[in-house]
Design a protein around this ligand. Structure first.
Ligand SMILES: NC(=O)c1ccc[n+]([C@@H]2O[C@H](COP(=O)([O-])OP(=O)(O)OC[C@H]3O[C@@H](n4cnc5c(N)ncnc54)[C@H](O)[C@@H]3O)[C@@H](O)[C@H]2O)c1
Length: 357
C-alpha cells in the first residue's frame, strides 16, 4: 500500500513518515512539501536518506498535485497550523485559505481521481471559541477545572473533556474555519467519489522536532523560551496562567494512523474522531512554568497580561472515548515523557532550533 504524505517535511508529517517506516515495511512512502514552514527544509535530507521519495511542490498548484504518482492512501499533514494565520492583513487572510483549503480541494481531486483513501489531520480548533469560553470552570491556585455540576452549560462535553458533538459555531479563527471547511468538503467528495475517509481532530501536538513557533505548539515554545532566555507572558484570563490544554505526542498519532492504514476500510466507522492527550496529559501554563523552573533550577519571571485576544480559549481537554471504542486506541506517552522528550531534543539541538526560533 503506497502512502502519500503531504506536508512531509513539517513537524508531524516527517515524524509520521519515520514512524511508519520504523514500524512497518508494508508502506512505501512518497511525500510533498513546499517548504513554506521555516526549518522544514532541514528534514528533506533525513527523509531522502530513509528511502522516502520527496517531491518539492505546492498543493495550491494543481499541476504539482497532478504530477504526484498514484497512491493508495493520503495522509494530509500540510497546512499553516496557526490560530493567528491570516490575521495580519487581507493578503495573509487569502494566503491562509489558499494553503489550508484550496490545497485540500486539489488533494480531494487527487483522491477522487486515484480512488485513494484520505486521512485528514484536522484540529480541535474547529470547536466554537464562544462555546469553549462558556464552559463552566472553577479556578484553583494552579489551573482551571471543569465544573461538572453547573446548571447552565453548553452541550458536548463530559468530565473527560470535549466531544465530537461540541458546537462548531464561529468564530473559530480563520485556521479553524479552513480546517472545518476542509472536513465538510472531504466528507462530500468522499461520499460522491466513493473513497475512504477518516478525519482526526487533534488537540495540541507536542514532541521532539518542533520548530519552536508559538503557532505550532505552545509546549515546545514555552520550553525553548526558557532555554534561550526569551520573554514569556500569561495572556488573558487574569494573566495568571491558569488556562489548560492537553498534549499528545506524535508517536501516539502514529499508532492510530497505523491502525487506520492497516485495517480494512469500513464506512460504518465514524468519520470524525477527536484525538488528544486527555486530562492525564494536560497542563496549565502556570504548571508548565513550574516544571521548567524545577528542571532549569531557576525561577523565570513571566509577564502578566490580563488582556485577552479574540481566539484565546481557557480550557481544552480532549474526550477521546470515540477513538478508544472504535479503534481500541488511547495515548501511551505520558505527560512527563512528552516534557522530557521536548526538553531532551531542545538541549541536544540548540543550534538547529536557534536558527528558526
Ligand atoms: N501542531 C499542532 O499542535 C497541531 C494540532 C492539531 C492539528 N494539527 C494539524 O497537523 C498538520 C501538521 O501540522 P504541523 O504542526 O506538523 O505543522 P508544520 O508547519 O510543521 O507542517 C506543515 C507542513 O506543510 C507544508 N505546507 C504548508 N502549506 C503547503 C502547501 N500549500 N503545499 C505543500 N506543503 C505545504 C509546510 O511547509 C510544512 O512543512 C496540520 O494539518 C495541522 O493543521 C497540528
Amino acid at each position: 500500500m503506497r502512502i502519500l504524505i503531504t506536508g512531509i517535511a513539517g513537524f508531524l508529517g516527517s515524524h509520521l513518515a519515520f514512524y511508519l517506516k520504523k514500524h512497518s515495511s508494508k508502506f512505501p512512502i512518497v511525500g510533498i512539501d513546499n517548504l513554506s514552514r521555516k526549518g522544514s527544509e532541514t528534514n528533506v535530507d533525513r527523509l531522502k536518506k530513509a528511502g522516502i521519495k520527496f517531491h518539492f511542490g505546492d498543493l495550491r498548484n494543481p499541476a504539482d498535485v497532478n504530477k504526484l504518482p498514484a497512491c493508495d492512501r493520503v495522509l494530509d499533514c500540510a497546512a499553516n497550523p496557526s490560530v493567528l494565520a491570516g490575521t495580519k492583513d487581507l493578503s495573509s487572510w487569502k494566503e491562509t485559505i489558499d494553503h489550508n483549503l484550496i490545497g485540500t480541494i486539489h488533494l480531494l481531486q487527487y483522491c477522487a481521481r486515484h480512488r485513494a483513501g484520505l486521512i485528514l489531520m484536522s484540529s480541535s480548533r474547529v470547536y466554537s471559541i464562544r462555546g469553549l469560553n462558556d464552559l463552566p470552570l472553577f479556578e484553583t491556585k494552579k489551573r482551571f477545572f471543569l465544573n461538572l455540576h453547573a446548571k447552565k452549560a453548553p452541550l458536548g462535553y463530559s468530565m473527560r473533556g470535549i466531544r465530537e458533538s461540541f458546537s462548531t459555531e464561529g468564530p473559530i479563527s480563520l485556521y479553524g474555519a479552513t480546517k472545518l471547511a476542509s472536513e465538510i468538503l472531504a466528507v462530500e467528495c468522499a461520499a460522491h467519489y466513493d473513497f475512504p475517509l477518516y478525519i482526526n481532530r487533534s488537540g495540541v501536538i507536542a514532541g521532539p522536532g518542533q520548530f519552536g513557533k508559538i503557532d505550532q505548539g505552545i509546549l515546545s515554545y514555552w520550553i525553548y523560551s526558557y532555554l534561550f532566555g526569551r520573554p514569556l507572558s500569561y495572556i488573558g484570563y487574569g494573566g495568571k496562567g491558569l488556562q489548560v490544554r492537553d498534549f499528545i505526542h506524535p508517536d501516539d498519532i502514529g499508532s492510530l494512523i497505523m491502525k487506520q492504514l492497516a485495517r480494512a476500510y469500513s464506512a460504518k466507522r465514524p468519520r470524525i474522531i477527536n484525538i488528544g492527550g486527555g486530562l492525564k496529559r494536560s497542563s496549565s501554563l502556570l504548571e508548565l512554568s513550574d516544571w521548567c523552573n524545577h528542571r532549569m533550577g531557576f525561577r523565570k519571571q513571566i509577564k502578566n497580561s490580563g488582556r485577552g485576544r479574540l481566539y484565546d480559549i481557557p480550557y481544552y481537554i480532549t474526550d477521546f472515548s470515540l477513538a478508544r471504542s472504535e479503534w481500541n486506541w488511547e495515548p501511551q506517552v505520558s505527560m512527563e515523557q512528552i516534557l522530557d522528550s521536548v526538553w531532551g531534543y531542545a538541549e541536544k539541538n540548540k543550534e538547529r532550533i536557534l536558527a528558526f526560533f
